[in-house]
Design a protein around this ligand. Structure first.
Ligand code: PAF
Length: 281
C-alpha cells in the first residue's frame, strides 16, 4: 500500500494509473476504521482498479466544544486493516494540504444542511461539503463511496456533485450493524459499558416504528408513540419520519420513507435511520 501525505505526489501516482486505463475510487474517512468502513472499501474495490482511502479528521465539520481533539485516532490499526485488504493508496494529508488558504470558507449547502443534524450542528455539513469537494479536487475519483448511516450527509454530497456538475459517481453502502443491531460508528467507542448495553434499544425502537407504519398505523400516531418511547431511554435530539428522497414531509402518496433520529446516551451522540418502501400507499 502506498502512503501519500502530499497531494502533488498522490496526483502524480494517480495520473499514471489513469494512463493505464484504471478507474479510481475514493473512500473518504476520518480514521477510527471499523467494519462499516471496510464495507465501503470492498465496494470501492468492486468498482475500480485503484482504491484511495483518505484519513483526515476535518476541523471544519466540528463546532467548538465538539470532539475534534478527542476523536479516536487509531492510525496503526487503520493502516493494518487497509493493508490486509489490499488497498492501493492511503492518503493522509495535513490540514495545510487540505486547506492551503486557511479553513475559512463561505460554503453553504443550503436548506438541507440546516435540517435534522444541521439544526444542532449548524456548520457541520458546510464543513463536510468543503472537505469532500477538496478531496474530489485532489483525487478526481470516478467513484466515491459513503455509508447510508450518515444519510443526510449522503444526500448533501449527491447534491454537491449535481449542483457543481462534478464528474464523480456517488455510491452508497447500507449501514453495518453489530450483532445486537447497534449501527457501527467510530463514536461507539465513547459509550460506557452500561450505555453500550442500552444502545441497541435505539435501533429496536426505530424498527418498531417501521413495523407499525407497515401495519397501516398513521405516521402521526407512530411518531408520537415512538418519540415518547425513545424519550424514556434517551435524550432525543430529533426523531422524524420523512420522504427518503429529499428529507421533506411525507405526502399521502410518498412511498420512499426514512425514519431518522439522533439521540444522546450519556455523553455520546448517536444517529441512525431506516429507509423503506411503503406498500400501502
Ligand atoms: O463521514 C465521515 O467520516 C466524514 O464526514 C467525511 C465524509 C470523511 C468527511 O470528513
Amino acid at each position: 500500500m502506498k502512503i501519500f501525505e502530499r497531494s502533488s505526489d498522490l496526483q502524480f501516482f494517480l495520473d499514471n494509473c489513469r494512463n493505464d486505463n484504471k478507474a479510481v475510487s475514493l473512500v473518504p474517512t476520518m480514521g477510527g476504521l471499523h467494519d462499516g468502513h471496510l464495507r465501503l472499501v470492498e465496494k470501492a474495490q468492486s468498482l475500480s482498479g485503484v482504491v484511495v482511502v483518505s484519513i483526515f479528521v476535518n476541523p471544519t465539520q466540528f463546532a467548538t466544544g465538539e470532539d475534534f481533539d478527542s476523536y479516536p485516532k487509531t492510525f496503526s490499526n487503520d493502516k493494518f486493516l487497509l493493508e490486509e485488504r489490499g488497498i492501493d493508496v492511503l492518503f493522509i494529508p495535513s490540514k495545510d494540504e487540505i486547506y492551503p488558504n486557511g479553513t475559512l470558507s463561505n460554503y453553504d449547502v443550503g436548506e438541507i444542511g440546516r435540517l435534522l443534524c444541521g439544526s444542532s450542528r449548524p456548520k457541520h455539513f458546510n464543513g463536510v461539503a468543503q472537505v469532500v469537494n477538496r478531496l474530489f479536487d485532489i483525487v478526481k475519483p470516478n467513484y466515491s463511496i459513503f455509508g447510508e448511516k450518515d444519510y443526510q450527509q449522503l444526500l448533501i454530497i449527491k447534491s454537491l456533485v449535481e449542483n457543481n456538475n462534478l464528474n464523480v459517481s456517488i455510491e452508497s453502502v447500507s449501514t453495518q450493524r453489530e450483532d445486537d443491531g447497534l449501527a457501527m460508528s467510530t463514536r461507539n467507542k465513547y459509550l460506557s459499558a452500561k450505555d453500550r448495553m442500552k444502545a441497541p434499544l435505539f435501533y429496536q425502537q426505530l424498527n418498531n416504528a417501521k413495523m407499525a407504519i407497515e401495519q397501516g398505523n398513521s405516521i402521526e400516531f407512530v411518531m408520537q408513540k415512538t418519540l415518547s418511547e425513545l424519550s424514556v431511554n434517551f435524550e432525543v435530539e430529533y426523531f422524524e419520519v420523512l420522504n427518503a428522497n429529499n428529507l421533506t414531509q411525507i405526502a399521502t402518496n410518498t412511498a420512499e420513507i426514512i425514519i431518522i433520529s439522533a439521540i444522546r446516551l450519556g455523553e455520546t451522540r448517536l444517529i441512525d435511520n431506516i429507509v423503506f418502501r411503503r406498500s400501502n400507499v
